[in-house]
Design a protein around this ligand. Structure first.
Ligand code: C5P
Length: 239
């Protein structure tokens, strides 16, 4: 995997023109984009097709969660789009993840199915309030083990849990990490945040970045500075 592929820019915009302008501005520096509910619900398959046609990789962040048959059927509906990555909630359960993984392996072998473990906006108090008494870290450990056993390709977690995920599931099990903030960035609603460099050193394979790039006065420079941080982490890791 190249350094550029490790940065996934999140297209969290209300309007497709803003997303197009960003893709144009970032040009060859960014090749991987995340299309989430905001854009997909408004523009549907056409936005994914447009990004793929432009030669970009697409992570379709739909966070699917339902009974096994419904999740599997939803994934089959995405087959023609040939997305590079798609996700579901690990809290949908082991059986649901197994059925979903089988669907992906049989019909969409080039798509990686990733499980959302604990949202990076949730801390221990938030988990307790919804009846989960595990710490975020413990909960990620439990859910990544299930996702691995079910045959998924990796998980979404904060970069804080990436070392545990790698030690439980092995080095080839992918860690996709949002909640990435440089020291100069605003935290926004994210709680379990980490800098790009530290996240890579911690074992994150992909960094999902939204507002630090989207809301920057100079989005291209922001993306380049994050790519440099990724490169520095690799250099530090190799030295
Ligand atoms: O703007 P920011 O960098 O916080 O964007 C993070 C992106 O990652 C958002 O699109 C959000 O939906 C997504 N995400 C997340 N936490 C997860 C999974 C996805 O923040 N656990």
């Amino acid at each position: 995997m190249t350094i550029k592929e490790q940065l996934i820019v999140s297209l969290d915009f209300p309007d497709i023109q803003q997303a197009r302008s960003l893709m144009h501005l970032l040009s060859d520096d960014v090749i991987f984009y995340k299309i989430g509910l905001q854009m997909y619900l408004k523009y549907g398959s056409s936005i994914v097709e447009e990004w793929k046609k432009a030669g970009k990789k697409v992570f379709l962040d739909l966070k699917l969660s339902d009974i096994p048959n419904t999740v599997s059927s939803a994934l089959l509906s995405l087959q023609p789009l040939e997305v590079d990555m798609v996700n579901m909630h690990a809290l949908s359960g082991m059986n649901c993840m197994k059925v979903a993984a089988e669907t992906i392996q049989s019909h969409m072998p080039n798509t990686r199915l990733i499980a959302v473990t604990v949202l990076t906006s949730l801390d221990e108090n938030e988990l307790t309030a919804i009846g989960i008494t595990n710490s975020p870290q413990r909960q990620v450990e439990t859910l990544c083990r299930l996702a691995f056993q079910a045959g998924l390709s990796g998980v979404v977690s904060s970069a804080w849990e990436a070392p545990q995920v790698k030690s439980i599931c092995g080095p080839t099990f992918i860690t996709v990490c949002p909640g990435i903030r440089r020291s100069s960035d605003q935290t926004n609603d994210q709680i379990r945040i980490m800098t790009p460099q530290k996240a890579i050193l911690n074992g994150a394979d992909y960094l999902v970045v939204g507002r630090p790039i989207l809301q920057s006065n100079d989005p291209k420079q922001a993306a380049i500075s994050i790519l440099k941080d990724i490169e520095m982490a690799h250099n530090r890791g190799n030295s």
